[in-house]
Design a protein around this ligand. Structure first.
Ligand SMILES: O=P(O)(O)OC[C@H]1O[C@@H](O)[C@H](O)[C@@H](O)[C@@H]1O
Length: 314
């Protein structure tokens, strides 16, 4: 059950005698972000701007996501790093009448979302209290005060988005439900633009894409700019990111048929004002589960749902 937050600032949770301590959920002083920490030390931090996950740390405090040192976190620009949400268009779609005027990657990442509440192991069905986990829920609708004005201007549908970020000891799940509250169908694309942190991109390999068909938006290997939209086969095949042949991240997808693999490399990183340090492309690899080949047509009253679970392995 989701506990509703009725105050902008949540107190630190205390444990019930006899039960393991729960996760703590705290707000930044300026209410710009919410951080959840498990009693075992793992943590996740979500900026309300874009509902962008900007940090995911393991129990040792090691960061698992890449965030540019020059990323704007003040709501002036989509965040360069973490997990921005791409909706309702991937890239731009000049030939698609419904989304042709929207900015690159849509407006979800440039809108301020509302924090809806949290759930912990103790309140989640089927979860033992000794398997600590915490789920944070965020919402954005066509009526939200934080909606990027470009949305209402260029995508005049009534919609409701719920984004859930679930942290457990070994994994992070992010899931989105996009509901059509309009009287007409709309088309959308969805993508979870995950910037994984790696030690050295030259030692990174990826499995799970061997049988995948792909559209190459750039070059071919991660020894150069890489920008590929894969459609793995079978559709639900896991994708694993390895470093020096040792598995590091396993990415499972639910109803997200594509995986975009992106690394800007030297020239493109140099050209992005919010990309720092300039050789930061060596420490990142975007592995982005999405539904971006063609369009998801969502009927009035219907919803599209998709999710990723990134599990730390090795
Ligand atoms: O600079 P943006 O808008 O965050 O986009 C970054 C990249 O996002 C990737 O998902 C796209 O495949 C790339 O083509 C794009 O360059």
């Amino acid at each position: 059950m989701v506990e509703r937050a009725n105050k902008p600032k949540l107190p630190t949770l205390t444990s019930t005698p006899g039960l393991p301590p729960q996760a703590t959920v705290t707000f930044a002083d300026d209410n710009s972000s919410v951080t959840a920490e498990l009693p075992t030390g793992e943590s996740v931090k979500v900026l309300l701007y874009g509902a962008t996950v900007i940090s995911w740390k393991d129990a040792a405090g090691d960061e698992k996501l890449w965030l540019s040192e020059a990323a704007k976190l003040d709501g002036s620009k989509a965040v360069r790093g973490g997990i921005p949400i791409v909706f309702p268009v991937f890239g731009t779609a000049p030939d698609h009448p419904q989304t042709k005027d929207l900015p690159q990657h849509g407006f979800a990442r440039t809108s301020r979302w509302e924090f809806l509440g949290k759930s912990t192991s103790e309140s989640m069905a089927g979860r033992a209290a000794d398997e600590p986990m915490v789920k944070l829920d965020f919402g954005l609708s066509s009526a939200a005060p934080g909606l990027d004005p470009k949305a209402a201007q260029h995508w005049p549908f009534k919609f409701n988005l719920i984004y859930s970020v679930t942290l457990s000891r070994e994994s992070l799940t992010t899931s989105i439900v996009a509901t059509n509250d309009d009287s007409a169908p709309f088309d959308c694309q969805v993508l979870l633009h995950t910037y994984l942190r790696v030690k050295d991109i030259t030692t990174v390999s990826i499995t799970g894409l061997q049988n995948a068909t792909y559209i190459d938006k750039a070059k071919t290997t991660i020894t150069a700019e890489t920008d590929r939209v894969y459609t793995p086969s079978p559709p639900e095949a896991d994708v694993t990111v390895l470093e020096k042949d040792a598995p590091r991240f396993r990415v499972a997808r639910d109803n997200l048929a594509q995986v975009v693999v992106w690394n800007p490399w030297v020239d493109k990183a140099a050209g992005m004002a919010d990309f720092a340090p300039k050789d930061g492309y060596r420490q990142m690899l975007c592995v982005e589960p999405g539904a971006v080949a063609g369009w998801q047509s969502v009927e009035a009253g219907d919803a599209f749902e998709g999710a990723q679970t990134i599990t730390l392995v090795g």
